[in-house]
Design a protein around this ligand. Structure first.
Ligand code: FES
Length: 100
């Protein structure tokens, strides 16, 4: 595990997500100024959750609408059965870091 710079704060406005193109990809979500980092790929199929719909602290996959908790990674609805990885996040200066 290592703190990795993901993006600038300005690159992920409230209600949006930023994808870091690493293997596996990581998404940072901004929920009203609180940042969450998770695996970017849905555990059902290979759809990017960064393109999903945010609702509170959950994201809904745009492909088949499985929902995940961004705080715990837990899959909240089918067709996803497995949780997504979550990562600790910290903001330092104007950048967002995740413990990957
Ligand atoms: S790819 Fe996400 S629910 Fe199917």
């Amino acid at each position: 595990m290592a703190w990795t710079r993901v993006c600038l704060v300005d690159e992920v406005p409230p209600g949006e997500a930023f994808t870091l193109d690493v293997d596996p990809p990581v998404a940072v979500f901004n929920i009203d100024g609180e940042y969450f980092a998770t695996a970017a790929t849905c555990t059902h199929e290979k759809q990017s959750l960064a393109d999903g719909y945010l609702d509170g602290d959950t994201v809904e996959c745009p492909a088949h609408f499985a929902r995940f908790c961004l705080r715990t990674g837990r899959a909240l609805s089918t067709p996803a059965r497995h949780q997504i990885q979550t990562y600790a996040v910290r903001v330092e200066g104007d950048a967002i870091y995740a413990d990957l």
